[in-house]
Design a protein around this ligand. Structure first.
Ligand SMILES: NC(=O)c1ccc[n+]([C@@H]2O[C@H](COP(=O)([O-])OP(=O)(O)OC[C@H]3O[C@@H](n4cnc5c(N)ncnc54)[C@H](OP(=O)(O)O)[C@@H]3O)[C@@H](O)[C@H]2O)c1
Length: 325
């Protein structure tokens, strides 16, 4: 099969389409003919050599895909050859074929095309497992998403609105904020021109928000604590603003705050199975109802993976970038 190979850690130009061995299918796995895969910010870190695949995972990039089942392992009963599916991957989506544990597959949400389905597994599993399963965002609560126009953000806005939350977002341009508003964000904050702590306080009568989904880490840590309401929950999923900082911890006690973090990719297959099943139960109906829509900025052929990475690193995009083998 053909796959994108990282010739050596570096810039987008190290991504090269090559002929490689087909994946080996294990008994609990399904082999998928990839129809589309979507980029995630983590792919750019892996390309640069700062984010290795977990042990046993495919060496190729790609954390999600959609496609058609080509064959199934001996212990697989739910899926059969010819099924159209999408899947959460630990790697290997930037290829024509990928082998994946059967429990990480999802059926296509009714009404969705095979291409559109590639946009959901990673964002849905990340946001559902953090914001809803762990931080317990509930109807009527307020929720701040940093990077509202990202792949993660555009999904988080829609699912949080669907669940009855009041949604705050930060983004770096008026165009991105306008898009966030068009898909449901209530309070849109330009992080380049406004202080988000001040805006959050203004909009919540001085209280702060109940839950924050953060991809910045160190650079926003203090300001996130300062933006939370009593019993507020901060969930950190990225370190785009660094990993070390000095912080005044007093808000933790004074406001009874909870701070958590998690990475989806390194979780066990058993743990991912629980998340995937919860996503199918809770998120797929929202997609089927048309309340959560795919947000695709641009699609590239697999051979143009380098171009797709350049686009992601330029941060011009809104939503997801796709690769189609
Ligand atoms: N832990 C996990 O399991 C997990 C899983 C998936 C994703 N993630 C993380 O989630 C984040 C989004 O991922 P993605 O794939 O959706 O990436 P993406 O589409 O490339 O988005 C990156 C986002 O970061 C935003 N950003 C940059 N500087 C910012 C700042 N100072 N304040 C607020 N936002 C800022 C960008 O906003 P502007 O363009 O407006 O500057 C952009 O929306 C990444 O950090 C990724 O590593 C974590």
């Amino acid at each position: 099969m053909k796959a994108i190979v990282i010739s050596s850690p570096g810039g987008p130009e190290v991504l090269q389409l090559r002929e490689v061995e087909d994946p080996q299918l294990r008994d609990d796995e399904v082999l998928i003919q990839v129809h589309a895969t979507a980029l995630n910010r983590a792919d750019t870190f892996q390309r640069k050599g700062s984010y290795s695949p977990p042990k046993g995972a495919s060496p190729y990039l790609g954390l999600e895909c959609s496609g058609t089942v080509l064959s199934v392992g001996l212990h697989v009963s739910r899926w059969k050859i010819g099924d159209q599916v999408c899947a959460l991957l630990a790697g290997g989506g930037y290829a024509q074929k990928v082998a994946v544990p059967a429990v990480q597959l999802l059926p296509l949400p009714p009404g969705l095309s095979l291409t559109d389905a590639a946009t959901f597994p990673e964002v849905a599993c990340t946001v559902w497992s953090t914001v809803f399963m762990t931080s317990r965002l509930s109807q009527g609560e307020s929720f701040l998403i940093h990077g509202g126009s990202s792949g993660i953000g555009t999904f988080a806005i829609q699912i949080a609105k669907y669940r009855g939350a009041r949604v705050f977002v930060t983004a770096g341009s008026e165009e991105k904020l306008a898009f966030c508003k068009s898909i449901g964000a209530d309070v849109c904050i330009n992080y380049k021109t406004q202080d988000f702590v001040e805006r959050v306080k203004e909009e919540t009568g001085g209280q702060g928000v109940d839950v924050i989904l953060d991809c910045m880490g160190a650079s926003y840590y203090q300001r996130n604590l300062d933006s939370l309401n009593f019993d507020g929950r901060l969930f950190i999923i990225g370190f785009q603003g660094g990993v070390t900082t000095q912080v005044d911890l007093r808000p933790l006690l004074a406001k009874r705050l909870t701070v958590q973090g998690a990475a989806l990719r390194s979780r066990s297959v058993e743990n991912k199975a629980v998340i995937v099943s919860e996503v199918e139960k809770n998120v797929w109906p929202a997609i089927a109802e048309g309340k959560v829509k795919p947000v695709i900025y641009k699609s590239f052929p697999l051979s143009e993976a380098a171009e797709a990475h350049r686009l992601m690193e330029s941060s011009q995009h809104i939503g997801k970038i796709l690769l189609v083998p």
